[in-house]
Design a protein around this ligand. Structure first.
Ligand SMILES: Cc1cc2nc3c(=O)[nH]c(=O)nc-3n(C[C@H](O)[C@H](O)[C@H](O)COP(=O)(O)O)c2cc1C
Length: 197
């Protein structure tokens, strides 16, 4: 079993989402884990060249267009190779960290991770199990102003990933111990990757 672990908290010490992703990885059991730390190794923003290149058929791409897609292709391959994707996504300003949005912009690729058909859009990243570890100071997951979990579920679902479990520590400002304890309890109840397969 292979796991892609993505951390996006800018906080590299004492981060709640990183503690949750650590625990999730341990709970999933024996697996190959590829780690993508978006704070320690930030991804580039997409550019004009990138946007034109991804809409240009591979055979017609100029060398600089092919070059512009190298990192994006690598991230897509990394995602495709994983059976399970674990994403640490703290709430930043009601949404997700910009570092994680940069990853999404690079992996949401028309014709590669989703496509348009006569019946509408179709996600091409199928058969993955996704576990989101979210944390927030006071905005509960699922609240009307939570633009983190609904956004992630939407964009991952658009790419075909509809098996999404949310682990949430969402009352850190008011009940840090209680909210982390309940997130940990939910993690400990997750089936291991081997069992889920
Ligand atoms: C830049 C920034 C923006 C934040 N925005 C929100 C927010 O909009 N709503 C909220 O409830 N908490 C907010 N928080 C609190 C974080 O979600 C909380 O501290 C969480 O633990 C961060 O995850 P981490 O511990 O993995 O870094 C924000 C924190 C930071 C650093």
């Amino acid at each position: 079993m292979s796991i892609l672990r993505i951390d996006s908290s800018a906080n590299t010490e004492d981060s709640i989402t990183r503690a949750l992703t650590d625990r999730i990885i341990a709970q999933l059991g024996d697996s190959d884990v590829v780690v993508r730390d978006l704070a320690q190794e930030p991804l580039p923003q997409i550019t004009h060249t990138w946007a034109v290149a991804r809409a240009t058929p591979e055979a017609d791409r100029a060398p600089e267009q092919a070059e512009a897609l190298v990192e994006s292709d690598k991230l897509v391959a990394e995602m495709m190779a994983a059976d399970t994707i674990v994403i640490g996504a703290p709430m930043y300003n009601f949404s997700i960290p910009a570092s994680l949005k940069a990853w999404i912009d690079l992996v949401a690729r028309v014709g590669v991770t989703f496509r348009y058909t006569e019946a509408g859009p179709e996600g091409l990243v199928k058969g993955k199990r996704v576990i989101l570890a979210v944390a927030s100071g006071g905005v509960p997951a699922g609240a009307p102003v939570d633009f983190n979990t609904p956004y992630l579920k939407t964009v991952l679902g658009f790419m075909g990933m509809d098996d999404v479990t949310i682990i949430s520590a969402d009352a850190l400002a008011t009940d840090p111990e209680g909210t982390v304890a309940s997130a940990n309890k939910a993690i400990d109840a997750l089936a291991s990757t081997a069992k889920a397969a």
